[in-house]
Design a protein around this ligand. Structure first.
Ligand SMILES: *[C@@H]1O[C@H](CO)[C@@H](O)[C@H](O)[C@H]1NC(C)=O
Ligand SMILES: *[C@@H]1O[C@H](CO)[C@@H](O)[C@H](O)[C@H]1NC(C)=O
Ligand SMILES: *[C@@H]1O[C@H](CO)[C@@H](O)[C@H](O)[C@H]1NC(C)=O
Ligand SMILES: *[C@@H]1O[C@H](CO)[C@@H](O)[C@H](O)[C@H]1NC(C)=O
Length: 959
């Protein structure tokens, strides 16, 4: 039933023959490396055991080895050696490298070296030609002393584990040094001033440097790039910096710098990029600041006064970000046509938009002026911005008719945010022309008329928010054509009539609350198998609550309050929070959220029911469809073309590759890959499902149980093409080891997807323990160790600056992703998600992967990127769950917003805490209040103001 197309044997051997001929030609056409260097290289190859180097016959010419570069044209000597990503763990080979007298460049980046041997420092300092040394992305913890190395120009120790005071580091021998990169280490002390005066680039970002920027920096007249961002520098920028006449980039982001921006900076004629965002700068912006700049970022400071009138008009300006300051006055009239990105949001700007200047902004791509006090109409000249992708004018006082505002906007637009203004009129039919639109938010205006059917032509739309207007009439039937829509907010309007079939992929929310809908709850809602929140409250729905709602497998929240429903609330086998208050005909205690525990009995009843109505056959059809779909998705695996035969749904899929990741031998004898693939062929046996995974318990022939996660590849965001890449990533994850991280033990790639294996012991989630067990209150001590454990796990995943790997981010961090080994030992789960998502695609529909509502940081809406700061936010929400005992979304409101809306006096905050826990002791209350302030810091609306995870951990452990 399966055909595998691989090159035929003859084809392969022909190719091989040509390859050999090609190699020998190369050998003939160049002269040889000196025997001295050849023997050094061969010795090195024995040391390193690189498979590419040890091919039979290759010893004849090391110049052809991967990573080796020889002098041209004679190939007489090795001049450059790149051993990047060679899996090196032992640095004892390094002194040998120094025997290559002609070496000019050595790159050992991206390995796991933990030291630089003395032998290297003494042997290599005599290499007269050595100009470049790259040790970045290793685990070196001790900076070697450079006594001589008098020709070295470029030194890169970024992404290592260097610590201690940078002032104690010896740079004295590096008299020719031009470039020093120590980014992403753990250095303390102040900005070094003991470098060679000819230094051109100085990079020490992401360390813990403190103190102020030294006045003496003006002695480094050759400096072109200074990157001091992400440290703890304080004081003000010395105005002598303005004397650095060759400076091109000055990056000071994310420090504690204060004072005003020096007037001398615009004097630097070469300065193109200036970033001083996320500091504590005050005062006014110097009038000529952008005179030579291409990019200016002063966001998240406390700058005041007007935006200087010529700031935006400079000819080369491409990007300006002044958002989150306290700037007032009008937006300058003259704007440079070169601008690509302009962000002025969250200031105190007034007046109307400089309409005339929009006419020429052909390159403008991102325009954000939200959260100001701008007035007047949205200028029709915006139509000339033919490259506009994001338009955010939300939360201002704009007036006028919506159709005039968006009638002619560029079809390149992907995000439109005009919510919270005073726009009137109807939603124009023309909106269909915005065919690239992903996010449309025009909520909380005064729009009237009905929703135009043409809106259904926005094929890429993922989020639509029309809430809080005066829209009337029926929802157009064609709305079901919105095949990418995952969120539909239509609440607080005057919509009425029949509810049409809804878009099939709705996930985040379907909100029809506060409208004029009536009649029975439509059965077509039963098709929304991904829907998490359904809000039909405050309408006139009548009849019984239909049973099919229990079959919505992704539902977490069902809000039916204030309708005219009757009868009983059906039994949900999964945990769904249900709100039915204000329905006089409902027989059940209302008011409270009804939390349902899975019980064997109700499961049985439901199963019987299902059988009775013959759903079995339906399930079989669905499985067949899914199987066929998946097989198509994964056909790229190992270049095999897997053709399923038509009635092949009973034939078991073939294991392409199963691999043990753990070194624990007991798993090796227990895990049976074929057995696992067999077991997950029955989706109805899943313990539970999330949007990305199905979870199974599989008992192996040996009797031991494993928790198996099966990737639900129904989303196009998953990496489909590169199984090799996926395997590499999984193997990397398998190497992780931390008591609070749930690391896969093994994986299987098979024709229908991918399975991951875990210890079965951990199947209770934090969510279950906190919110599904009202009688069994977890005490503060346990909650505290859970919080600390999760923080430790996330810290580990984010990696210290020097863990030598990229940080592992958690796109979907929530209390449902925290598994509990015991009441004090949490495990951070779902760490694979970031690796299996196809990031090239996640750009356009990140909202589909940005996790669970309630935990999604606000900035994801516009940055569309999963970040560490975003993870900190989600952790903050989990901490709030532990402190308040409330779920992340509670009564239709996000917990984070609810907490933020409380006044910050102690007695008010006290009332937020889970009283069942806080009342037990005053010590507990005190600690909880301190933990609450940590949580509040984590959910800070501005990502830069949130503490890093390691600081969160530090704060928590000091409670
Ligand atoms: C070969 O290398 C040794 C030491 O490694 C050195 O003493 C000798 O002079 C070299 N010979 C040539 C021809 O470079
Ligand atoms: C070199 O690597 C091969 C496999 O890549 C391994 O079999 C062999 O034992 C290694 N040799 C040494 C000396 O480490
Ligand atoms: C707009 O962008 C294009 C392409 O990057 C560039 O060539 C052009 O010079 C820009 N226009 C202006 C006015 O800067
Ligand atoms: C913007 O759009 C115009 C066409 O209107 C195009 O010529 C120009 O290159 C675009 N600029 C960028 C930066 O893409």
């Amino acid at each position: 039933m399966k055909e595998i197309h691989v090159p035929s044997e003859t084809g392969k051997s022909m190719f091989f023959l040509f390859f050999i001929i090609f190699l020998s030609c190369c050998n003939l056409s160049f002269s040889e490396l000196s025997s001295n260097q050849t023997s050094t290289m061969i010795e090195l190859s024995r040391f390193l055991n690189v498979s590419d180097w040890n091919l039979p016959g290759s010893e004849r010419n090391p110049c052809l080895w991967k990573g080796v570069l020889c002098s041209r044209p004679d190939n007489g000597s090795v001049i450059s050696l790149s051993l990047s990503r060679f899996d090196l763990t032992n640095s004892s080979f390094l002194p040998l490298v120094c025997q290559i007298q002609t070496l000019e460049s050595l790159d050992v980046s991206s390995n796991s070296l933990s030291s630089v041997p003395d032998g290297f420092m003494t042997n290599c300092e005599t290499l007269v030609g050595l100009k470049q040394l790259n040790f970045s992305m290793n685990q070196v913890s001790s900076f070697p002393r450079f006594r001589n190395f008098s020709k070295l120009e470029v030194l890169d120790f970024s992404y290592n584990r260097l610590s201690g005071n940078i002032g104690d580091y010896g740079f004295d021998g590096l008299v020719q040094l031009k470039s020093l990169n120590l980014n992403f280490n753990n250095l303390s002390g102040s900005v070094p001033t003991n470098l060679a005066k000819r230094v051109e680039t100085l990079e020490v970002s992401y360390n813990s440097l403190s103190g102020s920027i030294p006045e003496g920096i003006e002695d480094y007249q050759e400096l072109k790039l200074i990157d001091l961002s992400n440290n703890q520098l304080n004081g003000s920028i010395p105005s002598s910096l303005g004397k650095l006449s060759k400076l091109e980039s000055l990056l000071l982001s994310n420090n504690h710098l204060s004072g005003s921006i020096p007037e001398s900076l615009p004097n630097i004629q070469t300065l193109r990029r200036f970033a001083a965002n996320r500091n504590r700068f005050t005062g006014e912006i110097p009038s000529k600041i952008t005179r030579h700049l291409v990019s200016l970022d002063l966001s998240y400071n406390s700058l005041t006064g007007l935006i200087p009138s010529e700031l935006l008009s400079q000819a080369n300006l491409v990007s300006v970000d002044l958002s989150f300051n306290q700037l007032d006055g009008w937006i300058p009239q003259s704007i440079s046509p070169s601008l690509v990105r302009l962000r002025l949001g969250s200031n105190k700007l007034t007046g109307s938009l400089p309409s005339a200047s929009f006419k020429s902004l052909r390159n403008l791509t991102y325009l954000e002026m939200d959260n100001n006090s701008l007035i007047g109409t949205i200028p029709s000249e915006l139509a000339s911005c033919s490259n506009l992708t994001l338009l955010n004018l939300a939360t201002n006082q704009f007036t006028g008719i919506l159709s005039h505002a968006i009638g002619n906007l560029s079809t390149t637009l992907q995000v439109i945010k005009l919510q919270q203004n005073k726009l009137t009129g109807e939603i124009p039919d023309d909106i269909r022309q915005l065919s690239n639109l992903l996010i449309l938010n025009i909520s909380r205006n005064s729009l009237s008329g009905s929703i135009p059917p043409s809106i259904s032509q926005l094929a890429n739309l993922s989020n639509m928010n029309l809430q809080g207007n005066d829209l009337s009439g029926a929802i157009p039937d064609k709305i079901r054509d919105l095949n990418s829509l995952i969120e539909l907010q239509l609440g607080e309007n005057k919509l009425s009539g029949r509810i049409p079939v809804m878009p099939p992929k709705l996930q985040i929310s379907l909100n029809l609350s506060y409208n004029l809908f009536g009649g029975p709850i439509p059965t077509t809602l039963s098709q929304l198998e991904r829907l998490e929140v359904l809000d039909l409250s405050n309408n006139k729905f009548s009849g019984e609550i239909p049973d099919f709602l229990t079959g919505l497998i992704s539902l977490t929240q069902l809000i039916l309050s204030n309708n005219q429903l009757t009868g009983k609330v059906p039994s949900f086998i999964r945990n769904v929070s249900i709100s039915v208050s204000g329905n006089p005909g409902i027989t059940e205690d209302d008011e409270v959220l009804i939390q349902r525990m899975p019980s064997q009995k109700s499961k049985l009843i439901v199963v019987v029911k299902y059988v009775a109505i013959g759903v079995c056959s339906l399930v079989a059809v669905i499985i067949t469809v899914i199987v066929l779909k998946l097989s198509r998705r994964f056909k790229g695996v190992n270049n095999m073309q897997v053709d399923h035969d038509e009635e092949g749904s009973t034939v078991l899929p073939e294991v392409i590759r199963g691999k043990l990741l753990t070194s624990n031998a007991s798993h090796k004898s227990n895990i049976n890959f074929t057995k696992a693939v067999e077991a997950v062929a029955h989706p109805e046996h899943a313990l539970f499902q999330t949007i990305f995974w199905s979870y199974y318990r599989v008992v192996m022939p040996s009797g031991s149980s494993y928790l198996i996660k099966k990737l639900n590849t129904r989303d196009r965001l998953f990496q489909q093409a590169s199984s090799v890449q996926l395997e590499l990533e999984l193997e990397m994850l398998g190497k992780l080891h931390h008591a609070n991280v749930m690391v896969p033990l093994a994986y299987v790639l098979y024709s229908e997807g991918c399975l991951l294996f875990y210890d079965y012991a951990h199947t209770r989630t934090l969510y279950d323990v906190l919110h599904n067990n009202p009688s069994d209150v977890v005490d503060w001590t346990s909650r505290y160790s859970i919080a600390v454990g999760i923080a430790q796990g996330i810290c580990y995943l984010h990696g210290s600056k020097s863990s030598g790997r990229d940080p592992i981010l958690l796109p979907d961090l929530s209390s449902k992703k925290i598994m509990l080994k015991s009441l004090t030992e949490p495990l951070v789960g779902d760490i694979e998600l970031f690796k299996v998502i196809d990031h090239s695609k996640s750009n356009s529909s990140l909202s589909a992967v940005a996790g669970t509502i309630g935990y999604i940081p606000p900035e994801y809406a516009y940055t569309m990127r999963v970040t560490m700061a975003g993870n900190v936010y989600s952790f903050g929400v989990i901490l709030l769950e532990l402190l308040t005992g409330r779920p992340a979304v509670c009564e239709g409101r996000e917990l984070a917003k609810w907490v933020q809306s409380h006044p910050s006096q102690p007695e008010q905050l006290n009332s937020i805490l889970d009283i069942r826990v806080s009342k037990t002791s005053t010590v507990a209350t005190k600690q909880m209040l301190r933990a609450l302030s940590v949580a509040l810091a984590c959910i800070n609306i501005s990502p830069g103001a949130r503490p890093k995870m390691k600081n969160v951990l530090r704060m928590l452990t000091r409670l």
